[in-house]
Design a binder for this molecule. Sequence first.
Ligand code: AMP
Length: 113
Amino acid sequence: MAESCIFCRIARGEIPAQMVANNKEMAAFRDLNPQAPVHILIIPKKHIGSLDDAADSDLLGRMMALAAAIARQEKIAKTGYRTVINTGKDGGQSVDHLHIHLLGGRAMTWPPG
Ligand code: AMP
């Protein structure tokens, strides 16, 4: 865990967040600045800076599986949804702690901006 990392602090319960899932390994909470009716972030509790730093493919698989389970829980699985991992400067990553965006509840456009 990184001391000042905002998502580590959410994982430790030091900063409030609207949690939708929380277990020993991962947390999922609603984005503070939602870009869709459903916008949830799935994070590992262990500090991993970005997808480029992620060496544990089993953990990545479990994060994706949790995103799909939350999509069903949020009732957006049938209409569809988007999962996004922004990585680094060109990827538009603004928080340096690996996270999956789960977006749904409206039709998405392509290509992304
Ligand atoms: P990214 O730009 O891919 O790094 O995404 C970071 C996301 O974290 C953005 O969508 C922010 O709105 C969101 N965010 C930043 N701080 C918080 C917070 N305290 N609680 C919930 N979401 C946050």
